[in-house]
Design a protein around this ligand. Structure first.
Ligand code: AMP
Length: 155
């Protein structure tokens, strides 16, 4: 019998990611699994610092972190059903798909539940770019969730 004891749900606070979270919560209940809500804070400041080394980004980084924590707090508040599962929250900094794959590998997750589109609003044939890369490189099965009524667009 397959064991699903640890579920990773990368969240970017978009409508699709919220919808994917409803699946992740239900899977956690069904399998009695631990659920981790994982958000990757973009490390844009590194890129900007490359071109503008004279600018200090300490405050900028701090503000990004605080904004991300606020969004996560609001998400947890909005999803009352989280109270009925064993969940935790975690943040990382960097490129979302790399950090998601790394987290799944390093902490031996059994399953990833991810939205097919996110906040970036990137139009891809099937998946948002993060989901597509995660599906390709993840060390465990990935359950992708498309927003209800999201229309397929021909590339
Ligand atoms: P995207 O590639 O931006 O269209 O996002 C597709 C999905 O990847 C979203 O629905 C989220 O589940 C996940 N995702 C995107 N960006 C992040 C991020 N910064 N942190 C965690 N998960 C993310």
């Amino acid at each position: 019998m397959i064991e699903i004891k640890k579920i990773l749900c990368p969240v970017d606070f978009s409508e699709t990611s919220n919808y994917a979270l409803t699946y992740a919560i239900d899977f956690a209940k069904v399998f009695n699994a631990e659920l981790e809500l994982f958000h990757v804070i973009f490390d844009e400041s590194q890129i900007v610092a490359f071109y503008l080394p004279q600018v200090t980004f300490q405050n900028f980084d701090k503000e990004l972190e605080e904004a991300a924590k606020k969004e996560m707090d609001k998400l947890v508040e909005d999803f009352e059903e989280l109270k009925n599962v064993n969940y935790s929250v975690k943040f990382a900094k960097g490129t979302p798909f790399l950090e998601i794959i790394n987290e799944a590998k390093e902490n031996s997750f059994d399953m990833i539940v991810i939205g097919t589109h996110g906040r970036t609003g990137l139009e891809h044939a099937l998946f948002g770019s993060t989901a597509e890369k995660v599906v390709r490189k993840a060390p465990c099965p990935v359950f992708t969730v498309r927003l209800k009524g999201h229309k397929f667009k021909m590339p």
